[in-house]
Design a protein around this ligand. Structure first.
Ligand SMILES: [Zn+2]
Length: 177
């Protein structure tokens, strides 16, 4: 199945209310872009003061880089946009709970908040498998909110793996990253 055959449409919410779903829809749209490029459909945006300062999707296949997750690419963009490695006051929105690497990056980048859609009980490190943001000895603890547009993002991910990896079994066996 070709990557451009993504059966999901992008969604464009009203810009009047810049709440968590508003930013998550943008992450969702980036996940669709990832699908269209045959990448695992994960999208991320980073917002500060109501404005998106970074937007990325998973590119591990295109870049042949296991660190090219949407969140890490967005963190790098955001730091460049702000001219500061500290992303204090910024919020990361991502369609799937961040993995160990990306949860670690959220701590190291001093992100104020992490908002994700679907939880990942196998690899998620914002409360799914473990909760890196609550480790006492760490010097930074982002606030974490899960479940924003969870159903929509889960449907996208499950459909992708179902098509890519062959039916229900593929969807169940899916390793998100
Ligand atoms: Zn990751």
């Amino acid at each position: 199945m070709a990557g451009h055959d993504c059966p999901f449409e992008k969604r464009f919410p009203s810009e009047l209310e810049r709440d968590d779903p508003y930013f998550m829809w943008q992450a969702y749209n980036l996940a669709i872009d990832a699908w269209r490029r045959d990448e695992v459909p994960v999208g991320a945006v980073i917002a500060k003061d109501g404005t998106v300062i970074a937007a990325a999707h998973n590119q591990t296949i295109a870049l042949k880089d296991p660190t090219a997750h949407a969140e890490l690419l967005a963190v790098t963009q955001a730091a460049q946009a702000l001219g500061d490695w500290r992303l204090t006051g910024a919020t990361l929105y991502v369609t799937k709970e961040p993995c160990p690497m990306c949860s670690g990056a959220a701590v190291m980048a001093r992100l104020s908040r992490v908002v994700f859609a679907m939880a990942d009980p196998k690899m998620g490190c914002c409360g799914g498998a473990v909760a890196l943001h609550t480790v006492d000895t760490f010097n930074h603890h982002p606030d974490v909110t899960g479940g924003v547009l969870e159903g929509e993002c889960r449907q996208l991910m499950q459909a992708f793996f179902q098509l890519k990896r062959g039916g229900e079994a593929g969807a169940r066996e899916a390793a998100w990253n």
